[in-house]
Every structure is written in structure tokens, then in C-alpha cells.
Design a protein around this ligand. Structure first.
Ligand SMILES: *[C@@H]1O[C@H](CO)[C@@H](O)[C@H](O)[C@H]1NC(C)=O
Ligand SMILES: *[C@@H]1O[C@H](CO)[C@@H](O)[C@H](O)[C@H]1NC(C)=O
Length: 290
């Protein structure tokens, strides 16, 4: 092969095959986009890369991370959470940078007894500081089927959405001195682990190991609209050429703002911005912004 001239039709055909198979695979292939990083076989990629499962038993949980690092992106993933008695288990799905002044954008799903509601816990860290929790119940059973959990992260805002419905917005308020994650590339991480010292009813309900292994499933990862970081530079892509990089300045339109208010009014069970006992010196400054 190496001895063929590069203009050889054979090489051309072979490279076309390679290119088209790469294109086909880019519709969210876990082999291509992620590495299982821990759990000694408890994390699995199945169905030719279309499905990923994590599991947890008494000896260990498991986890994976993205091959890419991103500096801004609109990242979708579908998750189906641990069914039945999932009390004590936590499924974390988040973006994070490295180092002691890291940035992080978190979804964490806190399990519960059969029939009792999961809690979706969210947080935003900038430069190593978090303490910005908001928690929600969901308006559906997140264990019955796959649902889409999305993070839109652009220089002006971070929007957490569930099935396209925004549940939380964290705006860039650097102008009033609140650090905003915008300089450190982040990787996507997920893990399933035992946190029965705090997760369910504040640690009152323990993991029932007779139900193990516990399993969470992932599919339809989409990072078509994202800036991938490589060798100190980021290169941005978008799925549709007409609205190229619209996501980089996207904000909530009126309909989405209305949906956000609906979720916050009906499903939010904890908001750090309403917890004045926790902040006796005064609420964090972003809490006083519209
Ligand atoms: C579990 O169910 C109880 C009872 O409905 C509820 O108070 C709690 O918020 C639920 N979720 C967690 C993670 O504890
Ligand atoms: C959205 O709301 C703003 C004010 O809240 C209003 O001026 C604007 O016309 C609205 N846009 C649409 C499309 O309804």
C-alpha cells in the first residue's frame, strides 16, 4: 500500500470509505467519543457504540469521560436512571476542568425508594467555588425511559435543560464580580456511585445492596454544536450551516423563559438563592440580579 502513488484510485476509494464511516459514526458513538475510566468492567459500551451502561455494586461503582475537552458547547445526552429501589445511589453527569481552581457544571441524580421521587441536583463551580445548588423533582419518572439532559454553555450563560425545557439559567455576571466559567476547557464526566451517607433524605435511607447491581444507561450523545479544545486552541462546529454558531450567543426566548418559571415554581425544591440562613453575610451577588 505505502508504495502506491497517492493519486492511486485504490487509495482514493479507501479514503472515501474511511471518511464516510467516520461521518456515520459521528452521530454519537460512545467508542469514538468516550473512555470508560473506572469500575473494572462495570461500565460497558454496547450495540456498536450506541449505548453505554454504568453499574454499581457493593465493591465499586463505575464512570466514563469524554475524549474531547470543550470550551463552550451545547451538549445533549439521554439518560435512563437506576430503576426500582435506587436509594443511596447517585448518578452524576457533569462538565469539569482540572486543577484547584476548576470550573464545573453539574447534574446529579439522587436515587430514592421505589415510587419516591428522584432529586435532580444542579450546581455551578467557577474557579473552584460552588455553593450554588438548585434541586428539582422531575415531572416524569426518569427511570421508565430515556430523557434528554442538556447543557448550553456559552460566554454569556449556562442553561440546564430537560427534554428541551430549561430548568436553570446561570448568567455571566462578571460585571458585578461573579466569576464565570469561560477560560478553562472542560471534559464531560459521568459516574454511578454509592452516596448513602447523604443522597437520600439526607442519608437516612441507605442503599439496599440486595438490589445490586444498579444500572444507569446512556444514549444519543450530541456535541454537534461545541468548541473542541485541542493544543491550546478551540475549534467550533455547528450542526446546521444556516444557523452557524447561533448557539454561541443563544439566550432564552420568551416561551423558554415562561417554561423556566413554570419549572422553578412547581418543581424546584431547593434554591441557594432563597437560603438566607446559609449566607448570614448576605446572599451571593448573582442572587440579586433579575
Ligand atoms: C425521596 O422521597 C422522599 C419522600 O417523598 C422525598 O422527601 C425526597 O426528597 C426524595 N428524594 C431524595 C433524593 O431524598
Ligand atoms: C418578549 O418579551 C418582551 C418583554 O418582556 C417583549 O418586549 C417582546 O415583545 C416579547 N417577544 C415576543 C416574541 O413575544
Amino acid at each position: 500500500m505505502a508504495s502506491l502513488p497517492s493519486s492511486s484510485p485504490l487509495i482514493l476509494v479507501l479514503s472515501l470509505i474511511v471518511i464516510s464511516s467516520l461521518t456515520a459514526a459521528s452521530a454519537g458513538n460512545f467508542y469514538q467519543d468516550f473512555d470508560i475510566t473506572w469500575g473494572d468492567g462495570r461500565g460497558k459500551i454496547l450495540n456498536n457504540g450506541e449505548l453505554l451502561t454504568l453499574s454499581l455494586d457493593k465493591p465499586s461503582g463505575s464512570g466514563f469521560q469524554s475524549k474531547n475537552e470543550y470550551l463552550f458547547g451545547k451538549i445533549d445526552m439521554q439518560l435512563k436512571l437506576v430503576a426500582g429501589n435506587s436509594a443511596g445511589t447517585v448518578t452524576a453527569y457533569y462538565l469539569s476542568s482540572k486543577g484547584s481552581t476548576w470550573d464545573e457544571i453539574d447534574f446529579e441524580f439522587l436515587g430514592n425508594l421505589s415510587g419516591d421521587p428522584y432529586v435532580l441536583h444542579t450546581n455551578v463551580f467557577s474557579q473552584g467555588k460552588g455553593n450554588r445548588e438548585q434541586q428539582f423533582y422531575l415531572w416524569f419518572d426518569p427511570t421508565a425511559d430515556f430523557h434528554t439532559y442538556s447543557i448550553l454553555w456559552n460566554p454569556q450563560r449556562i442553561i440546564f435543560s430537560v427534554d428541551g425545557t430549561p430548568i436553570r439559567e446561570f448568567k455571566n455576571e462578571e460585571s458585578i464580580g461573579v466569576p464565570f466559567p469561560k477560560n478553562q476547557p472542560m471534559r464531560i464526566y459521568s459516574s454511578l456511585w454509592n452516596a448513602d451517607d447523604w443522597a437520600t433524605r439526607g442519608g437516612l435511607v441507605k442503599t439496599d445492596w440486595s438490589q445490586a447491581p444498579f444500572t444507569a444507561s446512556y444514549r444519543n450523545f450530541n456535541d454537534d454544536n461545541a468548541c473542541v479544545w485541542s493544543n491550546g486552541a478551540s475549534s467550533c462546529t455547528s450542526s446546521s450551516s444556516s444557523s452557524s454558531s447561533e448557539w454561541l450567543s443563544q439566550e432564552l426566548d420568551n416561551t423558554s423563559q415562561e417554561k423556566l418559571r413554570w419549572v422553578q415554581k412547581n418543581y424546584m425544591i431547593y434554591n441557594y438563592c432563597s437560603d438566607s440562613k446559609r449566607f448570614p453575610q448576605g446572599l451571593p451577588p448573582e442572587c440579586n440580579m433579575p
